[in-house]
Ligand binder design. Structure first.
Ligand SMILES: *Cc1c(COP(=O)(O)O)cnc(C)c1O
Ligand code: SF4
Length: 402
């Protein structure tokens, strides 16, 4: 049953939760997670959120007190709140949606491993997370008890990798690998480190965002032990909004950097949360100040109940186009579409390149800074002239006149 509390009761419940939690202790944060209908004690819920909480069956509902503390108890448009609290839209499924839009299961030769690109694999190490993001694309696995990865499953996956010499790069994902116990994570890194052809390991984790205290000294020591000449360890995380860029998060990132782990960000473009030029620019500026480089900006997947989060494809292109020139290139993500049906990721960008005019051997470009047309020359004797889209005489004259 959902309670309906007054604002003062909500604020008191928050205060009580935040005091009860040993703030910087990840175990205490996990033990004090707020789950399912308990959310109603910490927010003044809208009707849509009440329906969302009552009818959501696809994905668990849970947040750490830390991440909850970043959310607004009264404003239903608070971006953090929208990533924690389901709404009625989440319970509506459309025909075009699928629980596995990327065909990760079809491309899975052994349990918990997807092999789509020749030289890299995706390994699902576990299926739990600190916070269950409402926009999660792995809902079919995450929070599903039938999907548990046992040690034997991981051993089978390691055997597969050992037998496939073309695999150089292992993306450890889930769920969230940092929600494994240290010992299990150490074993995974040790096994990967022992496979000579595996050169790179990426930890895909949202803990720097949702539970930064999980990046403990002990964890960093383990990572450091296996981050050596055999294996280069990277971390890919997912900050989606400037409100997530806290001092605690920065401390976590700096601890990872100290053990040689470079951290990249894979944001998800989310309607009403970050589908805005200025928000996205601010997010990436703050990330650079935290020493996090931009990697990808994902168009949300067509998973069941995703309609509340999806934006027109053009928004991602426009936002990244806007960022060009206003922030260093290391703060600009590639806008990525993971093609339904196992087509892999492709990048889509603004069209700065306008075409080629063979008569003068000139290329025409639109500048991100001046917004004007600029020209440059193809080398004399180039054998690539047929590569470029040819500008019509009319376009050429128009550009010259601009
Ligand atoms: C995203 C993904 C990868 C990694 O792709 P990068 O473009 O190298 O980041 C690897 N395997 C699968 C199945 C993926 O979906
Ligand atoms: S942390 Fe990642 S896997 Fe877990 S719920 Fe969020 S998006 Fe999904």
């Amino acid at each position: 049953m959902l309670v309906q509390n007054s604002l003062s009761e909500v604020l008191r419940a928050r205060e009580e939760l935040f005091t009860r939690t040993i703030w910087t202790d990840p175990t205490s944060q996990l033990q004090n997670r707020v789950k399912g209908s308990e959310l109603s004690r910490y927010f003044l819920l809208t009707e849509s959120e009440r329906i969302g909480i009552e009818q959501t069956i696809r994905l668990l509902v849970s947040t750490t007190p830390y991440y909850l503390s970043l959310s607004d108890p009264t404003d239903p448009n608070c971006p953090i709140r929208r990533m924690i609290v389901p709404t009625a839209e989440e319970a509506v499924f459309s025909l075009e949606e699928s629980s596995d839009p990327l065909d990760e299961e079809r491309l899975s030769p052994v349990r918990g491993l997807t092999h789509m690109y020749p030289n890299r694999v995706l390994l699902f190490s576990n299926h739990s997370c600190s916070v269950y993001c409402r926009h999660c694309m792995r809902g079919r696995k995450v929070s599903s008890s039938g999907e548990r990865m046992e040690k034997a499953d991981l051993e089978t996956a390691f055997d597969y990798i050992r037998n496939h010499h073309e695999v150089e790069d292992v993306v450890v994902s889930g769920g969230d690998p940092l929600n494994l116990a240290d010992a299990r994570l150490e074993w995974i890194l040790h096994e990967l480190n022992q496979i000579p052809h595996v050169r790179i390991c990426r930890l895909g984790t949202r803990n720097p965002v949702t539970l930064p205290f999980r990046i403990t000294d002990e964890l960093c020591k383990i990572i450091e032990r296996y981050n050596d000449d055999n294996l280069s360890i990277f971390c890919h995380t997912q900050f989606n909004h400037p409100k997530e860029c806290t001092k605690e998060a920065k401390d976590a990132i700096l601890r990872l950097l100290k053990v040689g782990v470079s951290v990249g960000n894979q944001a998800v473009l989310l309607k009403g949360i970050n589908d805005d030029e200025e928000i996205m620019l601010t997010l990436h500026k703050k990330l650079l100040e935290m020493r996090v480089r931009a990697y990808y900006l994902y168009d949300p997947e067509l998973i069941p109940g995703s309609r509340g989060f999806r934006t027109p494809l053009a928004r991602g292109i426009e936002i990244v186009e806007y960022m060009r020139g206003k922030i260093g290139g290391m703060g600009i993500p590639h806008f990525v579409n993971d093609l339904p049906g196992g087509g892999g990721k492709i990048t889509i960008g603004a069209n700065w390149y306008l075409g080629y005019y063979p008569k003068t051997r000139q290329h025409a470009f639109r500048s991100a800074v001046t917004k004007k047309i600029h020209f440059s020359f193809e080398p004399v004797g180039s054998d690539k002239e047929s590569y470029y889209p040819v500008l019509s005489e009319a376009d050429w004259e128009k550009f010259q006149a601009e």
